[in-house]
Ligand binder design. Structure first.
Ligand code: ATP
Ligand code: MG
Length: 264
């Protein structure tokens, strides 16, 4: 028997909210906001705690030092760490009538993060029904991403790095909001567990026609054994951009930035 899947219009008839129109208008606003951005790069990993945010911040700083206009959107709303990694003081973004002006780090990296809106140390809270709050949270986080993309006035940027939380959901939301899928940089640690989780994320991104820029293998001189970086690079036919030790010096990120930008 064929599935009887109802459409939004059938579910909401008569449509007084104009929701499809609102979403279309917001997507146009996102496209207009990002018109001056050369490339959006999503930093992604199927696994938590592997160093996505650490890599995003290191790379953004290196790009800025190399004279590129770099921005970071911290798309991890529950564990926003980018402002701290960029050494930004808290609560330093400015609201204008025309949108949100990003904070700027000492090197010139423009940044927007939920951490810049939250009171120091407070977790993100949503006002909404207590029942099924996990469902509301997902919906509201997707809406927050849409609003940030529509409202942050980045100005001209060569690269906008988007630091994603673990998993693939925020990538999917991001890809659905952008005029074209973002390029993807994946971060893994050497272990087989990380390789398998990151493989799923890379497959997911490739199925959505995102360009895979390469793999960064992090924490290579630590307690983790394995060759996840090389394995993933070979499987997907993409470069292993770097093998990052613990506490890398800034030149390590500068080399990654050069490779990403097509240099040596
Ligand atoms: N190469 C490294 N050298 C030193 N510290 C590192 C390195 N990589 C990551 N860290 C530290 O390890 C911790 C986890 O890294 P990070 O927060 O970047 O991971 P993540 O993948 O973004 O995590 P999440 O999945 O929670 O977003 C952080 O305290 C970070 O500063
Ligand atoms: Mg993170």
């Amino acid at each position: 028997m064929p599935l009887n899947i109802r459409t939004y219009h059938e579910l909401t008839e008569p449509d007084r909210s104009g929701l499809p129109g609102q979403i279309a208008a917001q997507r146009r606003r996102v496209a207009a906001r990002l018109a001056g951005v050369g490339r959006v790069v999503a930093v992604m990993s199927g696994k938590g705690g592997v160093g996505k945010s650490f890599a995003t911040a290191g790379l953004a700083r290196a790009l800025a030092r190399a004279g590129r206009a770099a921005g970071v959107l911290d798309a991890d709303f529950n564990g926003p760490t980018i402002p701290a990694l960029l050494s930004l003081p808290v609560a330093r973004c400015t609201l204008h009538e025309d949108g949100i002006e990003p904070a700027v780090s000492a090197e010139g990296v423009r940044c927007f993060s939920m951490a810049l809106l939250l009171e120091d140390g407070r977790p993100l809270g949503f006002r909404g029904p207590e029942a099924d709050s996990h469902v509301w949270r997902e919906t509201l986080e997707a809406a927050a991403l849409r609003e940030f993309l529509a409202d942050v006035a980045w100005g001209p940027l060569d690269r906008l790095l988007v630091d994603l939380p673990p998993g693939i959901q925020r990538f999917q939301e991001l890809a659905g909001l952008l005029p074209a899928p973002p390029a993807v940089l994946t971060v893994t640690i050497p272990t087989a567990e990380s390789r398998d989780a990151v493989r799923r994320a890379m497959q997911f991104a490739r199925e959505r026609r995102a360009e895979l820029l390469g793999v960064v293998e992090n924490m290579v001189d630590g307690p983790f054994a394995g060759g996840a970086g090389e394995d993933l690079a070979r499987e997907f036919g993409v470069p292993l951009l770097a093998r990052i030790p613990w506490h890398p010096t800034p030149d390590v990120w500068e080399a990654v930035a050069r490779r990403l930008e097509g240099g040596s």
